[in-house]
Design a protein around this ligand. Sequence first.
Ligand code: GDP
Length: 414
Amino acid sequence: MKKHVIKLVFVGHVDHGKSTLIGRTLFETHSLPEEKYAEIKKVSADLGKDAELAYLTDYLQEERERNITIDTTQIYFKTRKNDYVIIDAPGHVQFIKNMLSGASQAEAAVLIVDAHEGVREQTRRHAYLINLLGIRNLIVAVNKMDLLDYSSDRFHLIEDEVIGFLNQLSLQPIHVIPISARLGKNITERSAEMGWYNGPVFSDALDHIKQKEQSDRKPLRFPVQDILSIQEREIIVGRVEAGDIQRKQKVTVLPDRYETSVREILRYGERRKRARAGESIGIVLEHHNAIHRGSVLIVQGDEPITADEIRVILFWMSDEPLSIGSDLSLQCSTQEVSCGPLKIEQRIDSSSLKLLEKDARNIQRNEVGQIILKLQRPAVFEAFSKIPELGRFVLRKGDTVTGAGIVSTQNTQS
Ligand code: GDP
């Protein structure tokens, strides 16, 4: 099986050390091309650690420039246990667009805080974004410990400040690690200067990231793609997005909400007893009333949200601003429904993440909005962090995609 590559995002206030930590991590985990590695070793043997660092920074800069034409900057590295890819960082309009549209969804975040400066404005905004995107795997690196003479007292002060602030957002970091990215302390090797620190070094902390729950361990979600009439039978086709489905199983059809059970499961013309997440199948139900493209079959007990009013986080990409009363079409999995914004609760700058306006009248191109959408009829949604396929949507005007977004976990109805 192909090894899963964990997607990471590095966030933090400008100058707190994101690039340095990325460069240092690549270096210490031997993830640079072999010839680069040899070159850097030689330069730093001749000129010292600062030359090594300067070299790493230049290398990353080159990588960025080379990747400028593609959507995301992707840098790979390996630890003892896992493979990682660092996807783009905030500061680029593309970043939030990619995160919201699902082009690149990070599973874990590394928040870098300068030990000298503590929590600053971008630390707050980036943490807010992490929370919004439902990323629960968070590692805090308290950087530049060399500037504080590796003092445990100073570290604990910063640690308390960071944890206090993150807890307000209901974020709980997996680890808070004192490091020096510049000098390579507590990155892959324990630093002798910080013997008082008992937790894992940075690369080991990454290996504690809880990987995404497998889709087939989740409750059943089967969005209907189409209904085919073949030899007097109605075959309901679609892809199992989460959970599994079995013959004779009781299911509930949403949003119309009635119960029925599964008579047959077909895959590639064969009868099956069971189908799992990721499989495209046809099913025949014992009976059904209203069922159509966009209906969602679930198991009772762990229900999604069925609502005609929903709070979303939206990235707007059309030249024509989004305003209250705009007439749009929302597409979420196989569901398609007319909608329009009822309320624009927040208008946010997508690169600085600054709150531009509350209760706004419109959202301009490349801005982000926290919005209440009113749908023409109820549709089925899920928190993005739980089942992304039902937590992510696009908005269209005619044939043009004008926005992409995710369902916020707090909803106005359920
Ligand atoms: P970014 O804006 O968050 O990517 O920050 P950079 O990685 O560009 O670092 C900003 C500045 O902090 C640079 O001058 C780095 O050399 C310096 N820096 C980064 N890490 C450390 C560290 O561990 N100790 C010290 N003293 N300086 C550091």
